[in-house]
Write a protein that binds this ligand. Sequence first.
Ligand SMILES: Nc1ncnc2c1ncn2[C@@H]1O[C@H](COP(=O)(O)OP(=O)(O)OP(=O)(O)O)[C@@H](O)[C@H]1O
Ligand SMILES: [Mg+2]
Length: 230
Amino acid sequence: MISTIKCQNVTKQYVGDGVITNAVQNISVEFTKGELTAIIGPSGSGKSTLLSLLGTLDRPTTGKILYDGEEIVTKRKKMIADFRFNEIGFIFQQFHLLPTLTALENVLTPVFARKVTYDKEKRAKEVLQQVGLADKMNALPSQLSGGQQQRVAIARAIIHKPSWLLADEPTGNLDTATGEVIFDLLRELNREEGCGILIVTHDSKLAEKADHIITMRDGQIMEDTKGDVS
Ligand SMILES: Nc1ncnc2c1ncn2[C@@H]1O[C@H](COP(=O)(O)OP(=O)(O)OP(=O)(O)O)[C@@H](O)[C@H]1O
Ligand SMILES: [Mg+2]
């Protein structure tokens, strides 16, 4: 269980068609598992890029990301994939549910081809209950509201008990009230399961409720503040 993620002078440069984009520029920051962190900043400021680097979905161009002091992306592919499976759950703005699968089947997809020590179906039902969807297990995504679909996506992200949840605009497709419900659910997972949570958001009202707020601009961190929420 990883308890800190530390970025040391992390840079991500995209090169395409002769154009160089410095999406993330020399970022140093530390995240602690007990905290809920909000990452805010204008469009194009590098928030999603930073999140995918933190989630080992991409490699920094320079600099290091240390998970309890250890670098992961330099390891073999299989090890990176296992690390990601064990430690990190992802939630996106588009819920990315498979339309022909029920809520229960969608939640099971991450563990479908994996050997695990627990009863998969029992665990899937447990997490669906945890996100308040006990009565919608057999519903298809098309039969669910946006907020309910996002709750299925959250259940899918936590089925394997990750230590970290990385969410990119998880409330971006939801109305304000539903967005708040989803945020509160993530907060609950942070408090009750002890998950470290990183949320990219445009919603400054939600960001204010975070323990740690990172403000990005032009690939850099403009402000790094810790609230006194305990
Ligand atoms: N795969 C890629 N190839 C080339 N450039 C990219 C790639 N991904 C992102 N970029 C560029 O990197 C910069 C940062 O993009 P990023 O998606 O991280 O921003 P963001 O803060 O998440 O924006 P938004 O709020 O609109 O989602 C942008 O200039 C973007 O065009
Ligand atoms: Mg983005």
